[in-house]
Design a protein around this ligand. Structure first.
Ligand code: SAH
Length: 215
């Protein structure tokens, strides 16, 4: 018997629960969002596999477990104004947007950003604002942010993102060298003090400076 996308989605949600995603709000949001809309047509049957998949411009849509995990450790509420660096497919942006007040997302590949913006419209998501640019600089005009999520790996935490985090705010970012083990780090700001926790080994595409107008 062939499983429908909906069957596969239920199985994926069970798997995420088993892997420690306990926040029912996050699970409900993942259940609500059609991940197949964010990936190339040829790969749609794989939309609910627990794996990262290639999207355009040589980038990837993150693995569902990683999306759920990063969202869970970010401790998002409806009051939060959040910055995401690395819009990519737009999937993580929609997950966050459904849990927070406003989501600002920055992407350095214009075609990806345009495609993501189309999907936000199609899904009737109106609390996301997009910016084409280098997200390492953050978004000074909109700062400070209650939460910041970076979805590309950097060797160091960009200084300007630390500055744009609200006092008491939390940032989640994969840190490490390409080709070596990277770790998701959670940073909590307390005045001028930033505490760091090493959370999970991961593999992300690199955080790069500069912008790309075509694919
Ligand atoms: N959150 C995405 C993950 C995409 S992969 C999703 O849910 O699909 C990471 C993305 O970060 C890529 O699209 C890449 O182009 C982008 N990126 C890398 N460096 C960046 C930078 N300095 N500023 C903005 N985006 C960047």
């Amino acid at each position: 018997m062939r499983l429908t996308l909906s069957d596969k989605k239920s199985l994926l949600l069970d798997e995420l629960r088993d892997e420690g995603i306990e926040d029912e709000k996050i699970l409900a949001v993942l259940s609500d969002i059609p991940r197949e809309d964010f990936i190339p047509k040829a790969l749609r049957t794989q939309a609910y596999e627990n794996s990262a998949l290639p999207i355009n411009s040589g980038q990837t849509i993150s693995q569902p477990y990683i999306v759920a995990y990063m969202t869970q450790v970010l401790k998002v509420t409806k009051k939060h104004k959040i910055l995401e660096v690395g819009t990519g497919s737009g999937y993580q942006a929609v997950v966050l947007a459904k849990l927070c007040r406003r989501l600002f997302t920055v992407e350095r590949h214009l075609p990806l950003l345009n495609a993501a913006a189309e999907i936000f419209k199609k899904l009737n998501i109106f609390n996301i604002t997009t910016l084409f640019g280098n997200g390492m600089k953050g978004w000074p005009e909109q700062a400070p942010f209650d939460r910041i999520m970076v979805t590309a790996a950097s060797e160091e935490v960009p200084e300007r993102l630390l500055e744009q985090l609200k006092d008491g705010g939390i940032m989640v970012i994969p840190i490490g060298v390409q080709g070596e083990i990277q770790y998701i780090i959670r940073i909590t700001r307390n005045g001028d003090d930033y505490s760091e926790e090493n959370l999970l080994p991961v593999k992300f595409v690199p955080l790069l400076s500069g912008i790309v107008h075509d694919s």
